[in-house]
Every structure is written in structure tokens, then in C-alpha cells.
Design a protein around this ligand. Sequence first.
Ligand code: SME
Length: 158
Amino acid sequence: MAEDLTIIKGESKEEQYDSLVPQIQALLEGEDDLIANLGNIAAALKEQFAWLWVGFYLVKDEELVLGPFQGPVACTRIRKGKGVCGAAWAEAKTFIVDDVEEFPGHIACSSASRSEIVLPIIKDHIVIGVLDVDSQELAHFDHIDELYLNKIIAMINA
Ligand code: SME
């Protein structure tokens, strides 16, 4: 496919994801390089939703290491159990944080971040990384985001 996206604006969150998810699927088809695919997923999500930060951390040598992302510069390494990302890794579950200041141990990569969703990427029952999204708005993410972002994660061939 041509490497540009059709971005719909002013629609519901579901309609935006419904438009974007097949386009991401098409972007990933025929490419098996993990970093290339994570880069395009981060770029596509950022372009559609204009979130503050969207990207990946990958498990390497018992730490999460910064992977492909879009947004302000971020911390490069996160230990297991630390911050929202480290918690999602340690507990192998999604965290939706309405107010990052209320999350014990939250790691503030950007002072502009107010709410966050982190989803584990699980392959063969092992967390191999996380998808992290930050918003400048409080309580920006909900279970609709969780549902669709999990669909996108399921397309990752790692
Ligand atoms: N806030 C995250 C750190 C990563 S940045 O948001 C990009 C956390 O608490 O794990």
C-alpha cells in the first residue's frame, strides 16, 4: 500500500479506530521486522489521535528499553515493577491511569502527561514489551482504547 494514512477527524473514538486499524494491518503486511512495524504503529497512532506520546518499551536483559515512539524524548530504561510501564510488565496486565499524579511510582518522562494507558505485549505467555500512550488530558483513556490497542498489539509479529 502507499505509505500514507487516511486520517478521519471529528468522529467518535470507535470510528477513528475502525478507520485506522485496517490501515495499520495493511502497513504490517509483508513486513516481519519488529522495529519497522513498531515504528509505523507508533507513527500511525500519533497521526490519528495526536496524543502527547505513543511508543514501545521492549524487554531486554531484565529491563524495559525504549523502542520506537512518537513524541517528546523519554526515559530509556525502566526496571520491572517501576512506574506504570514496569507494573504492566510485572503484572502482565493493562493499566489505565486517569491521573498520573495518583499512581504511586509513576515515572514522569514529560511533565505535560496527565493520564496514561500501558498494555503488555505478550507472546507465548511472556511479556516481551509494552505499548505506552500518554495524554495531556486527565482521564483520557478508557476500555475502548484498551480494546482497540489490544487488537493492534495482536497484529505484532514478534
Ligand atoms: N510514565 C511511564 C514512563 C514512560 S513515559 O510516560 C514515556 C511510567 O510511569 O512507566
